[in-house]
Each structure stands twice: as structure tokens, then as C-alpha cells.
Design a protein around this ligand. Structure first.
Ligand code: ZN
Length: 321
């Protein structure tokens, strides 16, 4: 296993909690309808004409119901989105409800070693969130420090740094962006969890050393030619998520039967073996993030993971409100 040498660990969370998550994931997958591969494989390529077609095909009310099925019909009528070309009123209402204030979210993870001689490890993580309309935007301020490698490799060039920023943000968004909905307990309001990296020179949440060539990446050491899916995995740790693959030095992941192991194509698991193109986020990840956001904001959120059609529609509608 070479893709990650963060010695993760977890506090002894009850075994059953994880099995619960797994069951829910399975149930959700079962409930999800099969969706058009063409529609979903590259939703960012949808043109405005495609979107209008989609709206016309499905209907605004249907879209609204998908976005917020808890609402009753009368309210749907009242709040039904007019057309793609009339987004202003909703945006105005939402933007005055929640100012786009960025709230810092921080936490720490610690995983115990498997034996007395295994050190185990822990790490601090942080990011910030802001709320805008139907979205909760999770941003990780990331500082890239291009440096020479101890083996003599040169400092990455400015162009290489630029390319790494672009590729990493793309991979991060492909894996994590618009996968979960946060439901606020008090208001029942739903927010799509949107994720992005903000590259900064100071005030960073995450500081990364960037080396030329390829090598074994971890959360804080990246390589210009490294695999970007692995960086999407590493950035998962910056949102407080644990590794889920077997590691004999970590108590909860010491054997294949250990409670911290997941073999369900998780982006935090052993996707090298299970299939890189099948690696995906899981509801348990969204739940962890929702808990941290609840603590940081003083608002109570749960996480759900709707199917990809619903998430695509939420993303499209999120452009307008
Ligand atoms: Zn990892």
C-alpha cells in the first residue's frame, strides 16, 4: 500500500455505528434509480440549452419536489421556480437570509496503534464553510510550497505549480463536490454541500510541500506528477476523515475484520485494489462532515446522500438560488 503513509487512527468508535452507515449506504444505493450515464458522466458540460431542455422535460414542479420533497404542494406552488430566466427573486430572498460569512471548522483525529510499540498518529484539520442560498460551501484554503526534494530534484516551476492547483481542485471537486445534502434539524432546510480548494499565500488551512516528479503523497506532501485521485483522498483527511484500508499498525484497521475497514469502493479505502474508477464518497463521510459543521456553526445538521440525478438538479437549481 503505497498511496498514503498517514498513520491514521480512530478513537474507539462503536463498531455498530459503522455498520449502520454501511447499511444505510447500501440501502441508498438500492433505492437509487439507474441514471443516464450520458447525463451524469460530465454534467459540467451541460449547455444552457441542455438545462432548459432538462427543466422542460422534468418540469419545474418536479424539480422543486426533488429538491425539497418535504414541502407540501401549496408551498411548492408558491415557491415554484418560474423559469431559468427569472432567478432573481429567489436569489434575493436567500441571499438576505444567510450572509456569506465564512465559519471556521476545525477538529482532530487520533487513531491508536495496534500494539504498544505502534505509535498511532493524529492530526489536526480545518476548513471553513459559508451558506449561500441552497448551498453550504466548504472551502479549504490551501497554500502550496514548491520546494526542492532532499534527493536533489529541482523546485517545481511556476507552470507546474499552476497545473497542480488546477488538476487537484478538479479531482477534489469530482470526488467530493455536490455529493451530500445537509439538512438543518430546526428549519428542515436543505443545503447542497459544495466543496472547493482556495489557493492562498497566507492564512491557509492546509500547507503543502510540492515536489517535482512522482513519489508517495500524503496530506502535506504532494508531487507534480502524482495521481490526483490520491490527492482527493488526502484532502479527505483535511475534512477529518479516516483511512478505511487495512493497516497492521493501527488498532481499528489491523486486520480485514477490523471495525475501521470498509471495502465498499470508498475513496478513503483501498481503491487501488477495489478499482480507482469506482472510488466514491460514502454517506458516513457526509455524516462526519455534518457533525463538524454543526459543532462549528452551532446549528444542527444531518447529512443525506441523494441519488445523482437529484444532486445534478440541485446543482443546476443552485445556480439560481
Ligand atoms: Zn489516507
Amino acid at each position: 500500500m503505497t498511496y498514503d503513509h498517514k498513520n491514521n487512527e480512530r478513537k474507539n468508535k462503536p463498531h455498530l455505528a459503522y455498520e449502520d452507515d454501511l447499511q444505510q449506504d447500501k440501502q441508498q444505493e438500492k433505492n437509487n434509480p439507474t441514471v443516464s450515464h450520458q447525463l451524469l458522466s460530465n454534467p459540467q458540460n451541460l449547455s444552457p440549452a441542455d438545462i432548459i431542455t432538462l427543466q422542460r422535460t422534468i418540469g419545474n414542479q418536479a424539480v422543486q419536489r426533488l429538491i425539497n420533497p418535504a414541502k407540501d404542494e401549496a408551498e411548492n406552488e408558491k415557491e415554484d421556480l418560474k423559469t431559468v430566466s427569472e432567478p432573481t427573486p429567489r436569489y434575493h430572498i436567500e441571499s438576505t437570509t444567510h450572509a456569506a460569512q465564512r465559519v471556521p471548522v476545525a477538529g482532530r483525529q487520533d487513531e491508536a496503534g495496534a500494539t504498544a510499540s505502534d505509535p498511532g498518529v493524529g492530526w489536526n484539520y480545518q476548513y471553513d464553510v459559508s451558506f449561500a442560498g441552497s448551498k453550504c460551501i466548504l472551502a479549504i484554503k490551501t497554500k502550496i510550497n514548491p520546494i526542492a526534494h532532499s534527493d536533489g530534484r529541482a523546485v517545481p516551476t511556476a507552470d507546474e505549480v499552476k497545473q497542480v492547483k488546477k488538476n487537484t481542485n478538479k479531482a477534489f471537486q469530482q470526488v467530493w463536490d455536490n455529493e451530500f445534502v445537509l439538512v438543518e434539524t430546526d428549519t428542515k432546510k436543505k443545503y447542497s454541500l459544495r466543496t472547493k480548494l482556495d489557493f492562498v499565500d497566507s492564512g491557509e488551512d492546509l500547507s503543502v510541500s510540492l515536489y517535482s516528479g512522482d513519489g508517495r503523497a500524503n496530506l502535506e506532501e504532494w508531487y507534480v506528477d502524482g495521481d490526483t485521485l490520491t490527492l482527493a483522498h488526502e484532502i479527505g483527511h483535511q475534512m477529518g476523515l479516516l483511512d478505511e484500508y487495512e493497516d497492521p499498525t493501527v488498532a481499528d484497521r489491523a486486520t480485514a475484520a477490523s471495525p475501521g475497514i470498509h471495502t465498499d469502493h470508498s475513496i478513503m479505502g483501498n481503491y487501488y485494489v477495489e478499482g480507482m474508477d469506482q472510488a466514491e464518497v460514502k454517506l458516513r463521510h457526509g455524516k462526519h462532515i455534518a457533525t463538524d459543521i454543526s459543532t462549528a456553526t452551532g446549528r444542527n445538521f444531518s447529512a443525506i446522500k441523494p441519488n445523482k440525478v437529484v444532486m445534478l438538479l440541485r446543482r443546476i437549481m443552485g445556480w439560481f438560488y
